[in-house]
Design a protein around this ligand. Structure first.
Ligand code: 5GP
Length: 194
């Protein structure tokens, strides 16, 4: 997605050879117009998949997921990283190792909002090693719901997540794929990854 790549080039900060900081439009301050374009793009890629719910992980997935859900006309659920819901037995839970925080979170979704009737689109901000998507997919499996695919704003193609998920048969739609962050330079992978 051209507008997104331009924004990453203008405002992205390479923190290391494997971590990109995009706090100015995605992870801290949010650019609502860009989020709308991102949401529209996800919605058009999954328009014929019968999506009934969009599922993401708090907090950085919420903005793109909400804009996609708005366009698809369905609710958005964000999995919580800390169990603040009162009834532990009313939850679907999964363990997710956080790539940036280097800690494991138990993510949870209330059983009230996901059921076997649901066809789910997962959305996340970054794809690195695929742990967030796999944890969210486990929640979907516990609910007996079905996964339509995962929409990712920025995939780091030089890490294993994309390959791992695609090998498991998960459809992954990434709006920007970075092939390298070496030498403080952001390089995009432009061919279609299948
Ligand atoms: P994964 O679960 O695929 O290993 O990592 C994805 C999660 O880690 C995302 O939800 C995102 O919050 C975080 N993440 C991974 N890599 C980066 C990065 O380079 N920059 C930022 N800002 N977040 C990242």
């Amino acid at each position: 997605m051209e507008q997104l790549e331009q924004k990453i080039l203008r405002e992205g900060r390479v923190l290391s050879e494997s971590v990109l900081k995009v706090d100015s439009f995605l992870n801290h301050q949010i650019d609502p117009q860009l989020m709308q374009q991102i949401g529209d793009e996800f919605a058009s890629r999954f328009a014929s998949d019968g999506i009934t719910k969009v599922l993401t992980l708090e907090s950085s997935g919420i903005a793109p997921a909400t804009l996609a859900a708005l366009r698809l006309g369905v609710p958005v659920i964000f999995a919580r990283k800390k169990t603040s819901l009162t009834l532990a037995n009313g939850l679907y839970t999964a363990e997710v190792y956080s790539y940036t925080k280097k800690e494991t979170n138990t993510i949870s979704v209330s059983k009230d909002y996901l059921s076997h009737d649901d066809r789910v689109l997962l959305i996340d901000d970054f794809l690195a090693n695929g742990q967030a998507v796999l944890g969210l997919n486990e929640v979907i499996n516990q609910a007996g719901a079905s996964l339509a695919g995962a929409g990712v704003v920025i995939e780091k193609g030089f890490q294993d997540g994309g390959k791992l998920l695609r090998e498991q048969g998960i459809r992954v739609e990434s709006l920007a794929i970075i092939s390298s962050l070496q030498n403080k330079t952001i390089t995009f992978h432009r061919e279609e990854v299948t």
